[in-house]
Each structure stands twice: as C-alpha cells, then as structure tokens.
Write a protein that binds this ligand. Sequence first.
Ligand code: ZN
Length: 674
Amino acid sequence: MKKLIIAAAMATMLMAPSCSRTAQKAAPDAEFDYHVDRFADIEVLRYKVPDFDSLTLNQKILVYYLTEAALWGRDILWDQNNAANLDIRNLLENIYTNYDGDRNTADFKAFETYVKQVWFGNGIHHHYSTDKFTPGFSRAFLEERIMALPEGTAPDNTAELVEIIFNPALEAKRVNQAEGADLIATSANNMYEKGLTQKEVEAYFESIKKPNDLTPISYGLNTRLRKVDGKIVEEPYRLGGLYGSAIEHIVANLDSAKNYAENPAQKQIIESLIDFYTTGDLATFDKYSIEWAEDTASQVDFINGFIESYGDPLGMTGSWESIVNFKNIPASERTEILSSNAQWFEDNSPVDAKFKKDKVKGVSAKVITAAILAGDSYPATPIGINLPNANWIRAAHGSKSVTLENITQAYDEAAHGDGFNEEFVIDQATSDLLDKYLFITDNLHTDLHECLGHGSGKLLPGVDPDALKAHGSTIEEARADLFALYYLADPKLLEIGLLDNPDAYKAEYYKYILNGLMTQLMRIEPGKDVEEAHMRNRKLIAEWCYEKGKDNNVIELVERDGKTFVKINDYKALRGLFGELLAEIQRIRSTGDYAAAQDLVETYAVKVDPELHRQVLDRYAKLDIAPYKGFVNPVYTAVRDAEGNITDVTVSYTETYPEQMLRYSRDYSGLRKH
Ligand code: ZN
C-alpha cells in the first residue's frame, strides 16, 4: 500500500486534542464546524488550512494556480471510473436543481441521498467497496422527473442511463478482484474498452515489456486500451488525445503556476509535468517523478496526474488525482528530531545485538497541510502518502513520505463528542488521559513506526527477505508498531522535547490494546476471520500481551452490565511485554523463522471470539458513527487589482456539500459537451 487510508475505526480512535506544548497544532476552534453532511454510510467533514496566511504572496499564488489545476481534472476521474458517469451526473444534477416539488417526500429524500452518494463515489459505484449504488427511489419517480425537465435538456440516451441506474446486473462492480473471474470483462471501469478480455490485455502488456529492464516505465499508467481492426492499441491521456480538453485546462494552470515557483528546481518539476501531459510519454513521467522525489527544499508541494492504480483490477492504469499542500514546518521538526537520533534508538532497543544495524538512517518524512484534495483523493482522502510508486526510482532516488496533519486533526476534532469514549473507555480518568494525550502520542506513534521502526534491524547473511511468505507483512507491521510502542514510554522522548509528560504514553497504550482486543472488530463481518495485515498485527500484539501478562494481571477484561471493558493495571509491565515481543519478532524476521511466525499469527492474530465480536458490533451500531468519511474543500479566491494582477488569495470555509459539488460541475467540466 502506497497510501495510508484512515479506517473508520482508527478515525474514531483519534480523539480530542491535546494541550501539550509539543502538540504542534492550532488550538481547537469552538467556532469552526467540522460537520458538513451525513447520509447513507458517509459523513462529510470540512478541514482547516492553518497558516495559509503565513505563506508569502508568491506562495499563495502558486497554491492558487495549483488548486485550479487540481480541480480541472475532476471529470477525467469520473470518466475513468465508468463511461456513463458524466451523463448520469448531468442528468441527476439537472433534476436536483430543477425540482420544484416537495423536498420532504420519501422519493425525493431517497433521490437526494443517491445524488450525494454518486458525488462521493465520483460516479455510480461506492468509493471503497466499488459496488454499484442501489437507488432508494422508484423508477417511476425518476421517469416522471425526467419528463418534467426543461425542454430539450434531457440527454438522448436517457433510457439507457435509467436502465444502468436500476438494473443491478449492469455495471455491477467498478473493480472486480474475485478469484477466477475475468477481471477486465467483469469490471465496470472505463480503462479498457468493452469487449476486451483479461487474457488479451495481459498478453498485450507481456508483448510490449522489455526483458531485463532495470528502469522500466509504468506500462499502461496513462492509457485506455481498445481494439482497432482486431489489434489492441493504447490511447494515451494527453493534450490532443483522450481527455485532452480537460488536460488543456490543467496545463494552462500549471503554466501560470510555474511563474511563481519557489526555486528553479520546482519550476523544472512543473515544466516536466507539462511535458508529460503534452506528449503522454511515460519516460518523461519518470523524469518528472525523480525530480519531484528529490525536491525536499520547496515548502509548497503537489501531486497531479495518474498516480495510484487501485482503480484498475490489473493495477496498470493510474486514476487521476491531485493534492496541493505545504510543509508544516514546526510539526516536521518532530520527524527530523527522530531521524537525527536514529542511531541512539537502534543501539538502545531491547533486540539482540546481532540483529541490529551498525549504521542506521532514519527515513525523512514531513508533515504537511493539505490545501486542496481532488480527483481520486476527494472527497475520501488518505492521511499519509508515500510516492513515487516505481520501485527502481524509490531505490535510486528515494521517496517522499508525508502525513496530512490538518486532515488527521479534522478527524480528531470532529470525533470529539461522538460517544466513543463513553461507550468503550473504562473510566473517566482514562478518558481524560485520552482527551489530553492521544492526538500527540498517536501522531508520534506513526512517526516512530514510519521514520525508525521499518528501517531498524537487519537480516542475518543469507536469509531470504521473503522467508516469512504470507505472514511477512503482518510480522513486518508488528515489528514497526512494537518499536514505536516500546519507545513511546522512553524518557528519551522527554529529553529530546517530543513529549512533556512522563505519563502521556499511557494514552496510546490504552488505545492500542482496546483497539487490538476489541474495537477494530467493528470492521469485520460476523463469522469472518481477521485477514488484513495491519489488523492482524494489532490483534497479535494485544492478544499476546494480554495472555503473557495474565499471571500479573497486567491487562484485565472487566465485565460491567453485560459489557466488556479493557483495564490496564500495570503500564510499566506492559512496556516490558512490548519489548519482549519486539525482541522475538525481530529474531523471527532476522533469521527467517517461518514456523515461529506462523505459530504467532495463527495463535493470536486470526480467530475472533464470536460473542465479544457481536457485542462490539452492537455497541458500535448504537453510536451511529459513519463507517466512511470524506471532506469538502475550502474555497480559494484570487483578489485582483485593476490590471488583473493577483494581490491576495483568500480562503473561506462556508460552502455546503451540494453547493461545492454543483459548483465544480458548473465551473470545471472539461469533458462535458454543453
Ligand atoms: Zn508500516
């Protein structure tokens, strides 16, 4: 996974803000309303862009043009997701805005929910499950509303669109990964022409790949495959090619942006991206990616293009997305301090000396403030990104790892008062501790995990890095988590100024065990096992510590009024257990001890206690916490003088979810024929 997507369970675990002086974030703003909309399984929030006003005018203008370039790509993604998406959106919005009847009827309310779901999914499929949405209104209602549309505004293919909306057999799943199915023929995305088969597509890519290429391009990243005269051809997304009319606007805004670049290297990056959009040449994309990965000096940064390939069942074609951001300098000091102390952490870990690195280098990661989310990163958004994706570029030129802290802060503050603490946390004192220290210790846990945990330790000579096979990623995540957990309680963090209270770590310890033993089960369907590697790793650690600490009652499960609560009686002993397990997991990894890995995973990480599971699901259901969350963007306005020069850029946060979606459709429709 290149993207760290926040899971709903984790989002609700990030709780109230801390007032520690080390928490480098704005004080909670009682005036700011994070809650924007709630429908189906979705909650829409808004986020703040703190310190936008501290940017120079040049930087603000740069951000402004980059956000414009970001918004112009929206329709590309909609069309990539499904060929009917733009026509359906046009039809739905036409009905939605022209409706003059009672907005409180069951049919209209269901229609409105459907429109909001389609906006959120960037099309007719759910953004996460990729299943097609089922309308809650009748076909008769929709047909009646189509008849009532202003003369000549219903599209010619209306009957076909209505059939796609209501016939569950048509376009059923955007990305089908089911084993044994023809993944191309059965997926509803528009990256491959209808009629192509998986066999044909795989054979095509096999035929164009160069053997023994050490610097391969990302084949198929920016193309749609179709058949011409019985032969497969790639149609590139580029100026003058597929999506050219939207790309024209993206390029025009990048062209304006480059005049405000912070330095020559950044200007070069923007020029390379324009070159790529102009030619569609993937070697140029690699050149751009290398320049981008190597630029760590600029404060403003952005991604814009065909990046992640989760939208293609074969993982070839990139979905269009953009995120514009700027570095949060004080918060980034946190990761820089950790990186500069990397050797101390390595030398002092509870791991056997022969498994330690003599020379360790911390990964430099930065904390950023997102200024706009677009394409595949909107409205649902990642909280962390690690790019570029090409392995050879990562190895030779490094990668950038970023945390979107104004997004995690919005999750955190929006979750305040959602009832989670009252339902699941054992007592008021623990709840207060979480309110005060969870935000900062949770961020610090992520920093330790990413900057130091994964990079620590070494394999013994001759050990195959893939020796742990299917259990490899669970063990690797456990190793990084344990490294972070062990050090969160270390006085070193106070000494280097990252924490200001020796008890702060207890907030993260409590949350981690509660999540691993209980609350993460809300994401598992009844009767199913835990499968995902991160969830397995958390369960492994929590269950192992629960069992090993039983004799000394380190962790206790307390029953109260038929509800189970986690109680931690001895935090110091719990730290000792984390250290012990870290040493063992590092031994397993360093020696490639597959049998021991399998034993740990099978004993602690997979099987769910059905009664506890049922209880967690029931308690969650009562809280009505939306399983999925996303965001509306702020609105940027360029203030111009009489000559048209930009003299300032202002930011506002008042737009509603429908207002924003309708405005984007009106002002940034690069592909729709009017
Ligand atoms: Zn990890």
